[in-house]
Design a protein around this ligand. Structure first.
Ligand code: FAD
Length: 318
């Protein structure tokens, strides 16, 4: 019996959230006195033995024509057949984890906690702590099934790299016939994908109109950051919908989130409150976002932001 960690990748590199899931899964394996194993589907350029640094002992790398692009139905079927020896399955609660974990839960009849924020308490059963009500409260949930599934919220545990090399076993996966076929993909332009970004600069209605978005993009450019926005901004088409973060948009967990002219409504916070450090720039000292901020600047964005951008440019010698 082992802890099996699903490793997500972009065919080049392992995603940051999966390195964190690997560290988390390895710790659970240590708690349970078992081995930490990882499962990787489809082609990837990176050497998978690197997962040893994050506590994984063995990697199952499954390949096949049907695993060339992500298909939640096919992937969950392949993972289910590889998971027979696993006591605990670990996913990151990211886009692919959210698609796979519930399907595996149904297939394996395994209890699932999605959005875990801490290691399970295994002193008496298997109890997992998770965020509820958009991060307003915590719940402790006991999983009582023989197989258990936990999906870890990105940035909830951290990445601890050590020494070590994992053994990699590559084999062909059982062919699962896809019910749908991806006939083409077109990638959103932009240097940094929002969900992978270490730094995100985000704008709200306080910026008054799309013509002022240079404030956000200039700052993002000097920081090497991705850009995001509040929902009303996307609703009125100042920015594309794929930049909308929050309860009904993308949930992100960067190291640094800079919110400019955003009030900090609960629905917005639900998508960004897992950021490590939050900086809020708002002219209203009573804006609710300041309560969630690590650093706040009370001031007019049109004066403050260009000065920050210039200062960083100077610091970087641009
Ligand atoms: C079911 C539901 C789901 C929702 N989902 C989401 C979601 O996923 N994401 C989301 O973002 N919202 C969501 N919302 C909307 C949310 O409730 C807020 O209405 C929204 O987040 C407000 O966006 P905002 O902060 O950009 O605009 P506003 O609330 O209008 O705030 C603008 C802010 O800019 C400040 N400001 C104005 N001028 C300046 C200036 N010159 N310099 C500095 N600051 C300035 C103001 O003081 C104010 O705080 C949802 C709402 C509902 C009901």
């Amino acid at each position: 019996m082992s802890v099996l960690i699903y490793i997500d990748h972009d065919h080049q590199h392992i995603r940051k959230a999966s390195l964190e899931a690997a560290c988390y899964g390895a710790k659970i394996a240590q708690q349970l006195g078992t081995t930490a194993e990882a499962i990787v589907l489809g082609p990837i350029a990176e050497d998978l033995s690197v997962l040893g640094k994050y506590g994984v002992q063995k990697v199952h790398h499954l390949t096949g024509d049907h695993l060339g692009s992500f298909d939640a139905q096919v992937f969950s079927k392949v993972i289910a057949s590889a998971a027979t020896g696993a006591t605990v399955l670990v996913f990151s609660n990211n886009v692919s984890g959210k698609a796979l974990a519930p399907r595996l839960s149904a297939r394996l009849k395994a209890g699932l906690v999605a959005g875990a924020v801490a290691l399970p308490d295994t002193s008496n059963g298997f109890v997992v702590k998770k965020n509820v009500f958009s991060g307003k409260a915590f719940a402790q949930i006991a999983i009582n099934t023989a197989q258990k599934i936990v999906a870890l919220n990105p940035n909830a545990f951290g990445i601890i790299a050590g020494e070590g090399t994992a053994a990699v076993e590559s084999r062909a996966a059982d062919a699962a016939v896809p019910a749908v076929q991806v006939t083409g993909t077109s990638k959103v332009e932009g240097d940094v994908p929002l969900t992978e970004a270490e730094i995100v600069v985000s704008g709200g209605r306080g910026l008054k109109g799309p013509e002022n978005w240079g404030l956000v993009t200039d700052l993002a450019k000097v920081l090497g950051a991705a850009t995001a926005c509040s929902r009303p901004v996307a609703d009125v088409h100042w920015r594309p919908h794929h930049e909308h973060v929050g309860q009904t948009g993308i949930a992100i967990a960067p190291n640094l989130y800079i919110a400019i002219g955003i009030s900090g409504a609960i629905q917005h916070l639900a998508g960004v409150n897992r950021s490590k450090t939050i900086v809020v720039i708002n002219k209203d000292p009573e804006a609710p976002f300041f309560k969630a901020a690590d650093y706040g600047i009370v001031g007019d964005a049109f004066e403050v932001v260009p000065r920050i951008t210039d200062a960083i440019k100077k610091l970087k010698g641009h």
